[in-house]
Design a protein around this ligand. Structure first.
Ligand SMILES: [Zn+2]
Ligand SMILES: [Zn+2]
Length: 178
């Protein structure tokens, strides 16, 4: 994992624990980077997720199989108003942001435990994409697409049977036993 800017240590630890629990992968924490000013879009006042992904991809990632950048800024992709995270199917790198996870749909501040649970869901979802999992139609599955916080909160913290099996197969192909 690569922390950007001021992202809290506890979020990195919680995500790392979930990555170990669900993917049986040890998540190391790489040196902290500055907030990615280069990806700021002056028209949208948001940060371009694709630009940050490209930058992460060009960084040395040692022996890590996958790299997740954790940010605290508002991310977008051109076709959407915002994204909680972004990853290319089967790619090496993903980015996720805590920015939109901090508020509730009514605008009030979310509790720390809720923010961390959401961050874990987004991280596991994006990591699923990195291991070739596509979006799942089952609303009771981590690979279901969440466009908003309400959907994200309704998404459980587990993969459906189909996605679990598929993930297990993909991980085996990477030599990882779950
Ligand atoms: Zn997705
Ligand atoms: Zn599923």
């Amino acid at each position: 994992m690569v922390p950007f800017g001021e992202v809290p240590e506890v979020a990195l630890k919680v995500i790392a624990a979930h990555v170990l629990g669900y993917f049986n992968l040890d998540a190391g924490i790489l040196p902290r980077l500055k907030s990615p000013a280069y990806a700021f879009d002056v028209n949208r006042h948001q940060y371009n997720a694709a630009t940050i992904l490209k930058d992460l991809g060009s960084m040395p990632s040692h022996d890590y199989v996958k790299v997740i950048g954790l940010l605290d800024v508002d991310l977008f992709v051109p076709i959407l108003t915002h994204v909680f995270g972004e990853a290319k199917l089967g790619g090496k790198c993903a980015v996720i942001s805590l920015h939109r996870l901090k508020t509730d749909s009514d605008g009030s501040k979310a509790s720390e435990s809720l923010i961390l649970e959401r961050a874990a869901k987004v991280a596991l979802h994006e990591l699923g994409h990195l291991f070739d999992l596509v979006h799942c139609m089952d609303r009771r599955c981590l690979m279901h697409f969440s466009g908003g916080l309400q959907e994200l909160d309704e998404t459980p913290l587990y993969f459906c049977r189909y996605c679990s099996k598929s993930l297990e197969d993909k991980l085996h192909r990477h030599g990882i036993d779950v």
